[in-house]
Design a protein. Structure first.
Lengths: 110, 114
């Protein structure tokens, strides 16, 4: 059974680097791992996606180990505006269902 | 482009009534997704379409839920009859890149069934 887990919440301070890990034990072989950000009363917003190793864009980095059973979203130097809920997304392997993680609520303090 | 458009933004109805949620995807996007979000269950995929054809509706809770996509620019999610447990935020999202999980979400419809 595909299971995707994330920490429920994380606290950080402005300027720090934040790493959020998602465990996905049954990911589809040829599918991207994707991360979304959601603010209250808004729909999720795409941040980054990758297939393996490391991907970096202007807002985040994504680290994926060789076995692809987990992924880590890295937010460099967070600011107060990064306070949000972060979700990982992937297609589950055997059932091939689109699965959102349960979300990690990040609180950035001054 | 205006992004994914959903209407209404808020809907309050009484148990037993029919509810219709509407979505206009981003022009040119071939994939359309309907999600439900609740505190208890998080984000759940209900159904998705590719080129107006339903591909996977296994997430639709029960026969009271139905979704249609009569053309590339419009989709509806209907609940008939509605029940209080259907209260949630319903999101529509569209995607234009096969194989990518980059989806563009609408603002959602907050449904309250009394």
């Amino acid at each position: 059974l595909a299971k995707t887990t994330q920490p429920i919440s994380m606290d950080s301070y402005e300027g720090q680097e934040v790493n959020i890990t998602c465990s996905h034990n049954n990911i589809a072989t040829n599918d991207y791992i994707t991360w979304y950000q959601q603010f209250p009363s808004q729909g999720p917003r795409f941040i980054i996606q990758g297939y393996k190793t490391k991907v970096t864009n202007e807002v985040a980095s994504l680290f994926i180990p060789a076995d692809r059973k987990s992924s880590t979203l890295s937010l460099p130097r967070v600011s107060l505006s990064d306070t949000a809920v972060y979700y990982c997304l992937h297609w589950g392997g055997s059932s091939y269902k689109l699965i959102f993680g349960s979300g990690t609520r990040l609180l950035v303090r001054p | 482009d205006a992004g994914v458009i959903q209407s209404p933004r808020h809907e309050v109805t009484e148990m037993g009534q029919e509810v219709t949620l509407r979505c206009k995807p981003i022009s040119g996007h071939d994939y359309l997704f309907w999600y439900r979000q609740t505190m208890m269950r998080g984000l759940e995929l209900l159904i998705y379409f590719n080129n107006n054809v339903p591909i996977d509706d296994s997430g639709m809770p029960e026969d009271r839920f139905s979704a249609k996509m009569p053309n590339a620019s419009f989709s509806t999610l209907k609940i008939q009859p509605s029940e209080p447990r259907d209260s949630a935020v319903y999101f529509c999202a569209s995607s234009g890149t096969p194989g990518s999980n980059e989806q563009f979400f609408g603002p959602g419809t907050r449904l309250t069934v009394l």
